[in-house]
Ligand binder design. Sequence first.
Ligand SMILES: [Zn+2]
Length: 205
Amino acid sequence: MEAHGPAPTRRTLLRSGAGLGAAALALVATTATAHAGDRRPRRAAAYPPTHWIPASTSNYRVSSRPTAYPIEFVVIHVTQETFPDAVKIFQDPARQVSTHYMVASADGYIGQFVREKDVAWHAGNKDYNNRSIGIEHEGWVDDPAWFTDEMYASSAALTAAVCDRFAIPKDRDHIIAHSEVPGSDHTDPGPLWDWDRYMELVNQG
Ligand SMILES: [Zn+2]
């Protein structure tokens, strides 16, 4: 495991974020929505800023969700890798794994690797992959120092926005651990993930 500080790849990713702060990006998104004449309720959670870092096209399946499959779950993961190492895995066509989103530990930066309409391969269960959005979190299940305030806040805002978009109930029957996916042999996000805190944040979103 590397030190907690940012690795070169990570700095490159941050530079590619166009230098806009979160508030500026949120403002851009709000303006774009208003101009689109969107009539959805205003109380819907605002999407936090996300950064497109495409996975290898060999690591997910193109689909047309929610038409092809309903999106009914958000699956919460912990990477067991650094953010930059996980990016390499999602972009390696031999690995056959991906996620829709990954949240960085230090600052809550969100990478998006697969479009929500497409099926990411994260849950180890075809049916759950078809019907879920996967969110990875940088860190290790046995070291809660990786689970920062910034990570919880950013991830919860993302999950709240996903739930609003697809009308997914914001409860633990629908926002689930990878370890709770039927047939899963993974333990993430593990017992040190603070579900009470996370769900409170999601429901504030
Ligand atoms: Zn997982």
